[in-house]
Design a protein around this ligand. Sequence first.
Ligand SMILES: Cc1cc2nc3c(=O)[nH]c(=O)nc-3n(C[C@H](O)[C@H](O)[C@H](O)COP(=O)(O)OP(=O)(O)OC[C@H]3O[C@@H](n4cnc5c(N)ncnc54)[C@H](O)[C@@H]3O)c2cc1C
Length: 336
Amino acid sequence: MRGVVLTDALIGTFASADDEQLRQNRCLLYHLIGNGTGDWDVPVGGMGAVTGALADAARRAGATLVTGAEVLSVTPDGEVLYREGDTERVVVGGHVLANVAPRTLARLLGEESSETPEGAQLKVNMVLRRLPRLRDTAVDPRDAFGGTFHVNESFAQLETAYREAADGRLPALPPCEIYCHSLTDPSILGPAERAAGVQTLTLFGLHMPARLFEADNDGARAEALRATMASLDRVLAEPIEDCLLPDGDGKPCIEAKTPLDLEAELGLPRGHIFHRDLSWPYGDDETAGTWGVETRHERVLLCGAGAARGGGVSGIPGHNAAMAVLGRRFGDGQAR
Ligand SMILES: Cc1cc2nc3c(=O)[nH]c(=O)nc-3n(C[C@H](O)[C@H](O)[C@H](O)COP(=O)(O)OP(=O)(O)OC[C@H]3O[C@@H](n4cnc5c(N)ncnc54)[C@H](O)[C@@H]3O)c2cc1C
């Protein structure tokens, strides 16, 4: 039970249960405030359905959306230089709401950053021909896979894995958890896959900090994946590899992402899934702004997960950045 609770404190957070910085406590807090109950929901149609709806609402309100563009620099007076294809363009905004990580925003502003974020997870995505059989035959796999399925995540196992990783080694028995999103929401599968009984399985491995992958990302990824699959197999009645769906080339549908992979592909600083360590959701010094999204530049606001009141996919910083701008334009009372 202690391990199951502790995992909510350690997702995306490389810390021991007793770490004096209390980053794990803040992570637990953010896991408990969702919807006021801590319930974890899966959006019908996948996360793309959420971003698609946001994009539609923005277009209806007259927004121009530019995607596939890289921002090259931002100035405190609202000038944004970006590259689209081979062309560099400039736009100037009354406000710039930056969804990037605080360390990335500092770079774009040409400023030094004292931030040293570090992600600590191995992410494995799989497509299965069918759910694997469980070692415990009393449990229906559909019940077991329907929620968060914890694997080797007892309190002692989590602490051991933390110590090993802190000492510079991949955990010998990686603690991990798996989620089967297609059981919760079959609409994320195509009709043919659904009819064939295909399932998605995504695994979140803890205590795999970026530092362990720096010397040889490819080699360490392969080793981390091997150890993690072996950890998962301990609770299964058959190897998970036997259940993987082959792709069009006959290769098994499995991919593993280290923190360094997430940095390269998603721009997450050192693969930190929350952009930076989570902060308490209140200001603790006089420089903190009203909404937790303010920077030291009046016109530049954070609207992504790294804001002071941030936290995963909560969307809180986006709401707060919008409220901060509306408050300046119409007065705080009316904006609220
Ligand atoms: C494997 C994994 C599992 C997770 N699980 C959960 C979970 O279960 N629950 C939860 O709440 N959170 C979870 N998270 C965290 C959550 O996904 C993030 O906190 C959230 O996506 C942050 O959203 P965001 O919009 O603030 O930033 P992001 O989604 O990181 O978006 C920032 C965007 O800015 C882009 N960008 C960066 N630099 C530039 C530039 N110079 N120019 C243009 N674009 C740029 C990036 O490419 C990216 O698209 C998970 C994250 C990962 C990686």
